[in-house]
Design a protein around this ligand. Structure first.
Ligand code: DQA
Length: 174
């Protein structure tokens, strides 16, 4: 826990410095519990792409859009709440896959509501095609929108949605 927070604090200091010099819009991507197991975990549902591969895809998309991206993964609800608090005032947007917490974490829902950073919810699988307990998201009502069912590409879609939202996408500028 302490290691995670120290890491996040360091990331924030570096990100603020980068933002000051290059003025790039930035996004914080939060991966929730068990997403570190991608590539090994229920491959039929989540596919074979690992989390580092997914993150590389995301970073390439961010570079193409000229956005700066920070990525964290945690299996702990408290760490995710703290990451959202610390994003306030530092990021233009949050992209979050709260994983199982999607369906019941009022703490994560309240953290998003407390922080004025627009938040986009992402799921690799289509949660509405799965078990009934996955059909409810307590995060959706406090998110700008939800992307579900497109696998890792859903994160790239979310990044484009963020750029469109903040007004930095090429489509908006031209
Ligand atoms: C998930 C869907 C959740 O229901 C599940 O608990 C996850 C992953 C997805 O990305 O499809 O861990 O958020």
């Amino acid at each position: 826990m302490q290691d995670f927070l120290t890491y996040l604090e360091k990331v924030l200091v570096v990100k603020d410095a980068i933002k000051e010099v290059f003025l790039l819009p930035n996004v914080l991507v939060i991966h929730g519990p068990n997403l570190n197991m991608l590539g090994q975990r229920e491959k039929r549902i989540y596919g074979t792409t690992t989390l580092p591969e997914l993150n590389n895809m995301l970073m390439a998309a961010a570079t193409a859009l000229q956005w700066d991206v920070s990525i964290v993964q945690s299996n702990s609800e408290g760490d995710i709440v703290t990451a959202i608090h610390e994003a306030c005032g530092h990021y233009e947007c949050i992209i979050i896959n709260p994983a199982a917490y999607t369906h019941y974490s009022i703490a994560i829902r309240d953290a998003i509501a407390a922080c004025s950073v627009p938040t986009i919810e992402v799921h690799l699988s289509n949660i509405y095609q799965r078990e009934e307990f996955r059909h409810k998201s307590v995060i959706a009502p406090v998110s700008v929108g939800q992307i579900s069912g497109f696998g890792p590409y859903g994160y790239v879609l979310a990044l484009h949605a963020a750029a469109n939202l903040i007004g930095t996408s090429p489509a908006i500028q031209s």
